[in-house]
Design a protein around this ligand. Structure first.
Ligand code: NIG
Ligand code: FE
Length: 383
């Protein structure tokens, strides 16, 4: 296998403990991994050389929370919200109806289209949830389609109770036959623990059944108001509690003491006019923070990690470097991955080359398409 030396890097973010960001850096890619990193002046010889002309290079973004298997859109709902209507969990059922009516090919094409958007914007690892099927057949179908594109698939049968079904009856389905059909295609189990969706007892039942079936838990928690989601997530040892918009001091303390990652999804607050979560408060308490898009047609229809980084800096009170960390290494922590989200020796060679001299520009130049090239496992394709 040939080795490629990437050189001429104005600023390289590796997240190495000693030197997290290097000026005038170079690195070597071999067999899809980072084989060497250091100052350009000390770079070893390689079969192949690529000079990026002073560009900043960052780890590829790790989007740890998306709902890409869906059909239709809800632009009218967004328009009404921008005129004052509130966001309601029940809107999920609109997308459920459109998704059930779509063919496998249509759903797969939608996933591909959104993944291509993400790739163009520097994202190299994506988690995808089910949750717009809500029948045994439709949830398993969503996960089978998601699995064609990522190993990070999440069973979210407990997204909302479908019309015409009682909650207890539906929880029995989600923890029984639906779980049996979905577990083979999923790594994670998730539940939307919120007023209008599932309460603490139902959430515990869903998560415990998923754990018993070999899935690892993550939770949609504290999105629309204070509630038990974060506490339930910490209690069951969830990898992440996502949203974390409304937190008590006890919630923050539980996240810090259990190591459950707080997944912050600022596209949701942008698109619902809820207040943004306070990342500064979480970091000051020692909580690990991940930033993700939550890409879905209802609450956050963005596929852009750079947009979330910009919101993270401007609205969540992260520094530019903390926001980039949360969008890369933080996402990896949320997915319990150590092979992505950084560019230390041994990492998968997943990176973004920016049309900018430093990664600060991701927030400094919001809305500007700064990702020149996205590389996955060392494979270059135009972004
Ligand atoms: O993460 N909160 C629950 N699920 C999605 C919203 C889904 C929808 O509105 O369609 C979310 O925000
Ligand atoms: Fe979500």
């Amino acid at each position: 296998m040939t080795a490629r030396l990437v050189t001429g890097i104005g600023e390289l973010t590796t997240w190495d403990a000693e030197r997290p960001v290097l000026a005038d850096a170079a690195f070597v890619v071999e067999d899809g991994r980072v084989a060497w990193v250091g100052p350009a002046s000390e770079a070893p010889d390689a079969d192949d050389r690529e000079d990026v002309g002073g560009a900043a290079v960052t780890p590829g973004f790790v989007d740890s929370h998306t709902h890409l298997v869906f059909a239709g859109d809800r632009a009218a709902e967004f328009e009404a919200r921008m005129a004052g209507a509130p966001y309601r969990a029940g809107g999920i059922r609109t997308t459920v109806a459109a998704t059930r009516a779509a063919s496998d090919d249509e759903l797969d094409a939608g996933v591909r289209r959104h993944l291509a958007e993400m790739h163009r914007q520097g994202t190299t690892t994506v988690e995808i949830k089910s949750g717009y099927g809500l029948t045994v057949h439709d949830e398993a179908r969503a996960l089978r389609i998601a699995r064609r594109h990522t190993d990070e698939t999440t069973y979210l049968g407990a997204h909302v109770v479908p019309s015409g079904t009682g909650t207890a009856e539906y929880v029995d389905l989600v923890t029984g036959p639906m779980l049996d059909a979905c577990a083979p295609h999923a790594r994670w189990v998730d539940v939307f623990c919120e007023d209008g969706a599932f309460d603490a007892d139902a959430a515990r039942a869903v998560l415990r059944a998923g754990i018993a079936a070999g899935l690892a838990p993550r939770v949609h928690a504290n999105q629309l108001g204070h509630g038990p989601g974060v506490q339930v997530a910490c209690e069951v040892g969830a990898a992440s509690a996502d949203h974390c918009t409304y937190l008590t001091d006890d919630d923050v303390e539980a996240l810090a003491s259990t190591g459950t990652v707080a997944g912050l999804l600022p596209g949701v607050e942008f698109s619902s006019r809820h207040p943004y979560p306070d990342a500064r408060r979480l970091l000051d308490a020692g909580v690990t923070v991940a930033l993700a898009t939550d890409c879905n047609p209802g609450s956050s229809y963005t596929s852009s990690m750079p947009f979330c980084i910009a919101l993270g800096v401007r609205e969540l009170r992260l520094t530019p470097r903390e926001a980039l960390w949360s969008a890369t290494a933080g996402g990896a922590a949320s997915l319990r991955r150590d092979d992505v989200g950084h560019l230390r020796v041994g990492a998968r060679a997943d990176y973004a080359v920016l049309d900018a001299p430093s990664a600060v520009h991701l927030a400094y130049r919001p809305g500007v398409p700064l990702v020149r090239q996205t590389v996955v496992g060392g494979e270059r394709s135009s972004a």
